[in-house]
Write a protein of this length. Structure first.
Lengths: 328, 337
């Protein structure tokens, strides 16, 4: 597995609406493998690999959650709004990084009751002397995200932005391995998924796919007191049945399961009660699009230390290749 | 004054007729076409034959208020709220329905209040509107279930440059678009005056479907909490400091390229501007930027203190600078590149 590419993808700064640096990395990696590579008005990277079959749209989102600076105080502290599902308890004491490399520490004063921690009491501290000093590095509207090193830890991978650079990685690696695609394929690396599946919506409108398949993380329900869900780390490629954004179409569920069985790829099913993914936007496009999702069971999603199993990633890549080479 | 005429009209969500008629009358003869779509949006075009960049200008016609839920045996009215802070309701003066029947929200006399009463906020379900009738049958002659209920508030100019009115959110946006459409600008332009923004961007969701513009400029009246007791980082905007440009809200992350291009025009022409310093709220830009294959949006607004109340306050200079900035932007090279 190309672990260097995986680390590079997860280390790039690409908060929702600011996915430019991620586009650059992905475009470099795939441009010679596809017929065209364009960026639309919403900032989706759309790569078309022409084929004879039906039109399939693949989607993995480039954006990650983060913070946007809304105010800089006279003393040089930064106040912020959140982009995507951020939790104050996870942010407290955590380092954030801006695209220019500036580091901010997220903190709060007076924590008499740790349960009372809320974002309006928190600020980012870049160690500036005052407002003027701070503005040399950061201005209002700038975004930042978790600063943490992508790390391979035995069979596991620990990193921020596994959600959803891992989905992008699986699409890229599958594209490289693909020999005889059975579809006219659109690899869409989407923008603004974390704020409401916004990029996938406009891409699906433009492409008008016959099938939708997206790639994203799902909950790994295997921690000590975890609720009972079917998916877990080291359980293989996870085939989504439903989440809050869609009920996966039986056509796609059956197709993915059959492909996994035929190619002897380890797989599991997954159900996510909260949260959604790009197929949620794709499946309601125009007259409706049968859609499914290949998921990576991950722990600690939306933290600086998301975690998943590299063997599951391998299974997802192999399942994707098989699914794209097999006609429905 | 146009803004006085617009804010004095009542236009609750779904009942924007009076506002729509004023805008129509203002634009007759100015624009190439005027139509009303099936949800009630007023859509006008100007320079419709021009080639090149197509700019859409959008604002919403509706305002927050109340709606008649039921009529009590004693002739008073129970109501539901559309976006109004319930702490503001006691002693409020209102206009009920198209006939604009005067009404007030009464409270228990202070003499009869217990300690607990005085320390608490009235629950909206225990409040009622008194329109001066004594019987249900009498009230029913004037009022029907589902009638809108608007704030009664007289447009007032005060201080050096301030205006107090209801519905500045978003008649100030409607007024700005009317002024801009009256100017001699080269672009193919579509003016969209939306219904039902305050109940969930519903009018714009429909307008966005038929729109093939290259850029949408969305005009708003927005939050301004620059008053005593609010920490400075929670002010969001500052009244009198210029029109504010949106970076992000709950419905959109605004396209940086366009924010930078309008900021450059403001700086070149020395027009004051500010950023909207919060990630909260939402606007019709939420509908436009994800419509079709995606239309980039600029969000620009006039700061309105005490927004969503009968006594919103804005600064005339902010409005004038907003119109000036957008006009300069549309005259600049920014959009032809």
């Amino acid at each position: 597995m190309n672990k260097e590419l995986l680390k590079k993808l997860c280390a790039v700064n690409g908060v929702s609406g600011h996915e430019g640096p991620v586009i650059d990395v992905i475009r470099d990696e795939i441009k010679d493998l596809v017929d065209s590579c364009t960026v639309d008005a919403m900032g989706n990277l759309i790569a078309h690999k022409k084929g004879a079959g039906k039109k399939m749209m693949l989607a993995g989102h480039m954006d990650q959650i983060g913070l946007m600076i809304t105010f800089i105080s006279d003393e040089g502290f930064l106040h912020f709004g959140t982009i995507g599902g951020m939790s104050p308890t996870i942010c407290y004491g955590t380092r954030f990084v801006f695209p220019n490399g500036t580091i901010g520490v997220c903190y709060t004063e007076r924590l008499d009751d740790p349960k009372a921690i809320t974002f309006d009491k928190m600020y980012l501290d870049i160690g500036a002397k005052d407002k003027e000093d701070a503005e040399k590095y950061v201005k209002i509207g700038d975004v930042c995200t978790f600063a943490a090193e992508p790390t391979v830890n035995g069979g596991a991978f620990i990193s921020p932005a596994i959600d959803d650079r891992m989905g992008c990685f699986i699409m890229i690696e599958a594209l490289k391995k693909l020999k005889n695609p059975a579809y006219d394929l659109y690899f869409v690396f989407t923008s603004q998924e974390e704020v409401g599946l916004r990029g996938a919506k406009t891409a699906a409108f433009a492409i008008e796919p016959d099938y939708g398949l997206s790639f994203d993380v799902t909950i790994s329900a295997d921690t000590p007191k975890s609720r009972k869900f079917p998916s877990k780390m080291y359980g293989g490629a996870a085939i989504k049945l439903k989440d809050a954004s869609l009920l996966c179409h039986p056509t796609m569920i059956n197709h993915l399961e059959k492909c996994a069985k035929d190619a002897n790829i380890k797989y599991q099913f997954e159900i996510l009660e909260a949260g959604g993914t790009d197929s949620g936007a794709i499946h309601v496009n125009k007259g409706g699009v049968p859609s499914g999702v290949i998921s990576i069971a991950s722990r600690y999603i939306h933290s600086p230390n998301e975690m998943c199993a590299l063997s599951d990633v391998e299974d997802c890549i192999n399942l994707t290749v098989k699914a794209l080479e097999t006609a429905i | 004054m146009l803004l006085e005429k617009l804010t004095s009209a009542c236009g609750l969500p779904g009942f924007e007729d009076e506002v729509r008629d004023i805008i129509k009358a203002e634009l007759e003869g100015i624009v190439d076409s005027i139509k009303v779509d099936r949800i009630g949006n007023l859509i006008v075009t100007k320079n419709s034959q021009a080639s090149g960049t197509h700019i859409a200008l959008s604002a919403h016609m509706d305002e927050v208020g109340l709606c008649v839920k039921s009529i009590n045996a004693d002739g008073t009215i129970k109501f539901v709220s559309w976006g109004v802070d319930q702490r503001l309701l006691p002693s409020m003066r209102l206009l009920v329905g198209e006939k604009k029947i005067p009404g007030v929200i009464g409270t228990k006399p202070i003499h009869l209040q217990s300690e607990a009463d005085r320390g608490s906020v009235y629950d909206i379900n225990s409040m009622f509107i008194d329109i001066g009738c004594n019987k249900k049958e009498e009230t029913e002659k004037h009022v029907s279930l589902g009638d809108f209920i608007a704030f009664e508030s007289k447009f007032t100019e005060f201080g050096e440059s301030k205006i107090k009115a209801k519905a500045l959110d978003d008649r100030v946006g409607c007024a700005a678009i009317i002024e801009i459409l009256k100017m001699d600008l080269p672009y193919k332009m579509t003016g969209i005056f939306c219904v039902q923004e305050e109940v969930g961007l519903r009018g714009s969701a429909v307008a966005a479907k038929g729109l093939h513009a290259d850029l949408v400029i969305n005009f708003e009246g927005t939050i301004c909490a620059d008053t005593e007791g609010v920490p400075v980082h929670e002010h969001v905007t500052t009244s009198g400091a210029g029109p504010c440009l949106s970076l992000m809200d709950r419905s959109s992350i605004y396209n940086k390229k366009y924010i930078e291009s309008i900021v450059a025009v403001a700086e070149k022409n020395k027009i004051p501007y500010q950023y909207r310093r919060t990630a909260m709220g939402g606007t019709d830009a939420g509908s436009y930027h994800t419509a079709g294959a995606g239309i980039p949006c600029i969000g620009i607004a006039v700061p309105c203190r005490y927004i969503h109340s009968p006594v919103s306050v804005m600064d005339k200079n902010d409005y004038e600078n907003l119109v000036k900035l957008v006009a300069q932007y549309l005259k600049s090279e920014a959009l032809t590149k």
